[in-house]
Design a binder for this molecule. Structure first.
Ligand SMILES: [Zn+2]
Length: 274
């Protein structure tokens, strides 16, 4: 599933293609992609012919700000990715939303259709983002700010780091990476972490996200996530825990194990994560 580094890598690749350019044509091939648009017909009507003024991101939500105080929201869901191709290229399967911009076409390819798009007024955008917590890359809370939220919580720290209402942008891969880097076991009750451990978790987040961004994100074997130009994200070679079941821990030489936690595949090192 695309997480913050994949969404942000995608946004950065799309920015020079769409910023300052007008959206000439829009086609939506799957009505499910518009399920978050209050009136589905508004999506095309509102955004066609408008220029993309700037792009932004909040957690896993990509935002394209248009002239006229409207914003296109793109969420990649479980398996979505963006593509930029010449406008006359034959549409790929599952290219459910297509924007013509100049002589190029920007596509949302989403086989499982858990992603969505919407074109929203500022008020509607506030509603969509109202439950979303602080951004893990640009607005990470301090230990003092997050400790009260975790105090007394018996849910595993992993589950709370996945909760987009607390910190937005982390998913299964990067939570495992952060907890490995911080040497904290993923099943620890969140409220049991000492300030020192919580500090290690928060300190690990920017370094891992920045490194993943430099690699263009993580493309796993299924290649569900690719950059808009079709290249794979290269961070997979740098992963410390995720997907490394049975392989030696890069820190202590122990063996990375896989368990299921909060219904999610979880990779960690029992020898050095406590
Ligand atoms: Zn280890």
């Amino acid at each position: 599933m695309p997480e913050l580094p994949e969404v942000e890598s995608t946004r950065r690749h799309l920015a020079p293609v769409i910023e300052g350019h007008r959206i000439d044509r829009i086609e939506v091939g799957h009505p499910r992609m518009l399920r978050r648009q209050p009136r589905p017909a508004d999506f095309v009507d509102r955004s066609r012919g408008r220029a993309v003024v700037s792009t932004d991101r909040r957690g896993k939500f990509m935002l394209w700000h248009l002239d006229g105080d409207l914003t296109i929201v793109v969420h990649l869901g479980m398996s979505g990715r963006m593509q930029v191709v010449p406008f006359d290229e034959v549409p790929a399967r599952h290219a459910h939303v297509r924007w013509r911009v100049g002589d190029r076409e920007v596509r949302l390819v989403d086989p499982r259709t858990f992603g969505f798009v919407a074109c929203l007024t500022d008020g509607e955008l506030d509603d969509v983002l109202s439950g979303i917590g602080r951004d893990a890359l640009t607005d990470l809370p301090t230990v003092g700010e997050i400790a009260p939220t975790l105090a007394g919580r018996t849910a595993p720290i992993k589950a709370l780091l996945l909760d987009q209402r607390i910190v937005a942008g982390l998913g299964n891969i990067y939570v495992d990476e952060v907890l490995h880097e911080a040497a904290v076991a993923p099943m620890r009750p969140a409220g049991s972490l000492e300030a020192r451990e919580l500090g290690a978790v928060l300190r690990a987040i920017p370094g891992i996200l920045e490194a993943a961004l430099r690699g263009g994100g993580t493309s796993l074997d299924d290649l569900a996530y690719l950059l808009p130009d079709g290249r794979a994200g290269e961070y997979v070679a740098t992963l410390g825990a995720y997907g490394r079941e049975g392989e030696p821990c890069r820190r202590c030489g122990g063996t990375i194990v896989r368990t299921v936690l909060a219904q999610r595949s979880t990779h960690w090192c029992p020898d050095c994560q406590h």
